[in-house]
Design a protein. Sequence first.
Lengths: 327, 339
Amino acid sequence: MPLLSYRDALNQALREEMRRDPAVFLMGEEVGVYQGAYKVSRGLLEEFGPERVVDTPITELGFAGIGVGAAMAGLRPVVEFMTWNFALLAIDQIVNSAAKMLYMSGGQVPIPIVFRGPGGAALQLAAQHSQSFEAWYANVPGLKVVMPSNPADAKGLLKSAIRDNNPVVFIEGEMMYNTKGEVPDGEHVVPLGVADVKREGTDVTIVAHAKMVGLALKAAEEMAKDGISAEVVDPRTIRPLDVATIVASVRKTNRCVIVEEGWPFAGIGAQVVDDIQREAFDWLDAPVLRVTSADVPMPYNKGLEKLAKPDVPKIREAVHRVLYRGG
Amino acid sequence: MTPKTGTTTVARPATLPADDPATMRRLMRDMLLIRRFEEKCGESYALGKIGGFCHLYIGQEAVAVGTMAALRPDDLIMTSYRDHGQALARGMTPRAVMAELFGKAAGCSGGKGGSMHLFDASLGFLGGHAIVGGHIPLATGAAFAIKYQGGDAVSVVFFGEAAVNNGAFHESLNMAALWKLPCIYICENNRYGMGTALERASALYDVVQRACSYDMPAETVDGMDVLAVRDAVHRAALRGRERKTPTLLEIRTYRFMGHSMSDPIHGHYRTKDEVEQQKTRDPIHVFAEKLRADGMLDDTAWQAMEAEIADEVGDALHFADEAPDPDASTLTTDVYREP
């Protein structure tokens, strides 16, 4: 299988879907002439022209709404936010327009649209450019929320998102665009709502999504040397959440740690804990613990930033606690 | 600072339908239907049969009726939450609209939308939307789709004058002008955003001048004159169809009722005298007088029209009353479209 970067896997998905369906178009800031702020759309303007690769002014509310309106009139827009931080300006269109249109129209007006772009913490970008919004969008009925953790999933999930007849919030890892991995050529579609067990284990389940999957795998690898067998479950889609796969893993390992890059209060992990306590209560041998970012805006200082973010030692510590092991 | 196109400089297009008596009476009837329908909505709201917010269109009928008369069946329409008039003018049945207001399964949105979210996709009526200004980008996107697909339809969006201070309005007009999208922006200037007069909210009094910022054709239109509205929208539609040029229309109208059913008719923000004075411009009265003067309407025809409409609205009320509520199982349908 070819080795591709996360960035190029996304590019491949966009290119293949735009070739497959003329109703698919890409719109956003710097997606065309500039070739994408993170080069995800490299070469698409040259292949598909300015009608289908549309550079917008810096006007998130406006172009997000234009995307939703285009979907109402039969197109399948892919709206790129340069980062999800800027999408707050457009959240009215995502929540009040895209998510609710089908319902409030009594099923008449579906919104097949993908809102995509990088999210999560980056490096020393401080409070306004380093944050995770999946918990916000996952709270909204009518939206799907997808967060790929590797290049193959990035391609397969984006293809599914573009083909889906609902609004999909597709959050890419700002720090993962250069990550390389094997990506199947051509028709590689990963269904939404299906988790993936990234590493099998028997002692503890680590539920992690997006960039946190890499940390969880690294922690699992290190802990294997200490005789701890950790299973890593990547939900891949936050909404709809594949509760069955998570619960099956917890029923097997009897212990669980949930890792996310967002804030702790009302985070994704809180939802997963709720599902686990209802579906696997009798199987638990320890309270479920969560590793999250600190409950603060992201600081600029490198040392403070490191303290704020989840990392391998924090995951190991949580695993040790659910295993009641010292050190 | 003047807009590119003024009312006085544009000739009446030859493509407009002739002002024959049947067409004129149809416009009259469409306006009267909205008036009588809305009066019954007010009564039904007071009786508790309509819930939530309910914004009546009384006084503004010429805007919706004049606009729809200039459009084609394949044009796309979006509007704000004050949407009963546009829905009826576009051809949605009083039954479907009233049943929706009553929250019934037979309503145009299955009882899930209510007063502020009337939809009939088969008529290109893509909703009442309830966030001020939030639907202006949506209509701009529909215009984008029309152009993308190579069609010559237009997208039409209604909003109040209070929405023009909103970022969604400016962002939309900028992109529509920049990309040459066939969108007609209809500002129904009824003077008040809820209880705030235009001059207390906007640095510019003339909404039409907003178009100058985007080098967009614009006109000020007398919203109490159904033919003036129709002709202006027709001109805008031609620009959209033939040249993919957007237009901003400031249509000056007046709301005879409160902002919503929970609002008194004049309240603290306007005087009773002002409302009474505006009622002398009642678009239905003005047009009826014109038709009488032109010999297209007499007492007999008027009474017949009133009787027919009373029957139609009465039938809609009866239908909505008798119609079943949505089944409990529909609570969770239409959240996602599957597959």
